[in-house]
Design a binder for this molecule. Sequence first.
Ligand code: CTP
Ligand code: MG
Length: 379
Amino acid sequence: MKVSVIICAAGKGERAGFNKMLAPLYGQPTIFTTCEKFYNIADEIIIACSKNDLENITAICSPFGAVTVEGGSTRFESVYKSLDKVTGDIVLIHDGARPFIDGDTIKGCIDCVKEHGSAICVMPSTDTVVYCDNDTVTDIPDRSGVYRAQTPQGFKTAEIKTAYKKAASDGNNYTDDSSVYRKYIRPPYICKGSIANIKLTYKSDFPDRPYTAPLYGGKMVVGYGTDVHAFGEGGGITLCGVKIPCSKRLIAHSDGDVAVHAVMDALLSGAGLNDIGHYFPDTDQRYSGADSMRLLKEVVSLIGERGYSPANLSLTICAETPKLAPYIEAMKQNLAEALNIGVDDIGISAGTNEGLGFVGQKLGIYANAITLLMRKENG
Ligand code: CTP
Ligand code: MG
């Protein structure tokens, strides 16, 4: 049976105060993360977007072969318009604002539709629910029968199309699909949702600090890397992509950006990969004089393939000469852009070695870097 999914992403994010679908989450737009969860599970992905976001979301979700549709002014309208495009026998309807959905919950929902004809992901309410009238509680339902409805909500396509068609003319405001199905078809079946599958509604729902990652099924790892390059004859060095005047240059097969090399090794090491020599060997002519910032971007892709994205970076550069302070801000900007993190998430300290050792004797520059990496979700 062919399975389609409609992802509702045409909302305004009024309560959050910003565009939730394009807001970054672990270094990617939220809609990318939501869409990715259905890739390789659903046979067809249809995304309802606002007119303004249509072009952007089409590009962002193109790796998943998603079809985009212009949504409407209510969630109901967005779903109704998207249903027209559905060609599957089964259709799941999911909020774009629920990026923490996981593959097992989606598969459980599909199995339930196959068996029972419908499937609403729910979780038991852990709070007591109360009915209120103005300032007083008027009724308290027995909590054992109270569940919170999430998405995805899955249906036989023909039935939910019929239900939406009828609902479109009755003038009621339906906030989810289970209400439409219940009104016009029959009481829907429930299946198991997940605790992590919250709907990002307010700004505070967005886990913008790395330490919240484990709450959403992710994990964090630390990576450490160092590098040394010796000074040679010539002039000018490059650190973090910034050209710095110097009476010497750094001897290297590449552009000798010792700081970026330490950063690359930290990222690779944190993600459990081999060191930079493995990916960019100095015996390979392709890397002769290579721009290390470009190689850094390749490293970010390599760790991304393993599900990792950087959360912060702390870099130390030990150099007796030249003086680096005037260049630190520009270095941070370059690294922030390459790592897809904020400038505030990067610290760079530069210091001399008080005349001691090879750094102190101006024989070369030493850099070391430590980074925190987040992994979105296991599996
Ligand atoms: N949605 C939609 N079309 C609309 C309204 C909402 O596709 N006209 C989508 C949202 O993009 C979201 C999901 O429905 O993924 C759930 O809605 P909600 O959390 O209410 O998001 P918003 O409507 O964007 O937020 P708000 O109500 O605060 O404006
Ligand atoms: Mg809304």
